[in-house]
Design a binder for this molecule. Structure first.
Ligand SMILES: Nc1ncnc2c1ncn2[C@@H]1O[C@H](COP(=O)(O)OP(=O)(O)OP(=O)(O)O)[C@@H](O)[C@H]1O
Ligand SMILES: [Mg+2]
Length: 358
């Protein structure tokens, strides 16, 4: 794959406020790349810089080898899909999709053929003559997608395109988007604050916070090896347990609630640290088999697994999952349990949470 979009040390300021702080990332041709992060972290701001709707105060954005900083939005050949459908309410489905082609000097027949092709792709051909007011939210979003891709954009930009849809439709539409993107191999930058959506749809994800990129990686890496506690906390559920690292690297001794584990750390570290454990990484054992004890406070049966809310002696509450494929035992509120975890899966961070030690 070759690089399609390259963002180099870009900065965006709104007056005194720096919304994007020296961000660099490259996106490959044909890649589905997602900007993920909490509200206000700068996702839309960065996307609008790529689209040409925001100025770039410093740094460079390239499409291929071309610096696009001063190329106006309408000449960048990007397709955009927004959160609020943004299709023209007074134009039919066909005219909405044809809109972007009309400026392109094509014959009526060519336009008709290309519009029909994408309407077929998004499964909206039969609604061609409808007005948008007579379409559901999901159908309107399909039209918006068709309108964005009919121009064969170099880069497809989508800003929370599914957030106005109900949960079931959101899941359905995300696979529609992913399949069309794979089929057409369009380089795509997708914005969401929904971590599950990002994990499901992306080739790679950039996790953002406060105008910076914290980690770039494929969904599996982002989920299993977050680079800091911010990412660990934002993606999925993590419990942070205070711990103490007492000897050098290789096989370090990590003490958590009097229980000692040996863990191979990637760097020399001694002193207080943080263990990050996901609900599926905890294991419930006999209370005599571990020095970490907890009491079950709340039980939630979820079909394929059971979630236990467990309080530890220092009143810290942890989430522990047990899977039906592993045990059919249902534990009860009030039960005292021993707790351990899968040492090869859990993560450990420096005390300030900023550095992964594995
Ligand atoms: N036109 C503007 N003028 C001043 N500040 C702005 C402007 N647009 C955005 N900001 C600020 O820049 C920061 C990033 O905003 P942005 O819209 O990029 O966030 P976001 O990550 O897209 O959030 P959300 O998930 O809520 O859409 C926020 O603190 C926001 O208040
Ligand atoms: Mg936004």
């Amino acid at each position: 794959m070759s690089q399609m979009l390259s963002i180099e040390n870009v900065i965006k300021r709104y007056g005194d406020f720096t919304a994007i702080k020296n961000v660099s990332v490259t996106i490959e041709k044909g890649e589905f790349f997602t900007l993920l992060g909490p509200s206000g972290c700068g996702k839309t701001t960065l996307l609008r810089m790529i689209a040409g709707f925001n100025t770039i105060e410093d740094g460079v954005i390239r499409f291929g080898d071309t610096v696009i900083n001063s190329i106006p939005a309408h000449k960048r050949n990007t397709g955009m899909v927004f959160q609020n459908y943004a299709i023209f309410p007074h134009l039919s489905v066909f005219d909405n999709v044809a809109y972007g082609l009309k400026a392109r000097n094509l014959s009526k027949e060519e336009i008709e053929q290309q519009v029909d092709e994408v309407l077929d792709l998004v499964k909206m051909l039969e609604y061609k003559e409808r007005q948008p007011s007579k379409l559901s939210g999901g159908q309107q979003q399909r039209v918006a997608l068709a309108r964005a891709i009919v121009i064969k954009p170099d880069v497809l930009l989508m800003d929370e395109p599914l957030s106005n849809l109900d949960a079931k439709l959101r899941v359905e539409m995300r696979s529609v988007i992913k399949k069309i993107q794979q089929n057409l191999q369009i380089t795509t930058v997708y914005v969401t604050h929904d971590q599950e959506e990002a994990l499901a749809i992306s080739d790679r994800i950039a996790v953002m916070n406060l105008g910076t990129i914290q980690q770039v990686g494929n969904p599996l890496t982002i989920y299993t090896r977050p680079v800091n506690t911010f990412v660990s906390n934002f993606i999925g559920t993590s419990t942070f347990l205070p711990c103490m690292v007492t000897s050098g690297s290789e096989k370090s001794k990590v003490t958590v609630y009097d229980e000692v584990f040996e863990m191979p750390l990637s760097k020399e570290y001694k002193g207080e640290a943080i263990l990050a454990v996901r609900p599926e990484e905890f294991r419930i054992v006999d209370e005599k088999s571990s020095k970490i004890h907890g009491r079950i406070q709340f039980v939630t049966f979820l079909g394929d697994f059971i979630n236990y809310e467990v309080s530890l002696p220092n009143d810290q509450t942890i989430q522990v999952n047990e899977y039906i494929k592993d045990t059919l035992k249902m534990r009860k509120e009030g039960d005292l349990i021993g707790i351990t975890f899968d040492e090869s899966r859990i993560n450990i961070y420096s005390k300030n949470g900023e550095e992964a030690l594995i």
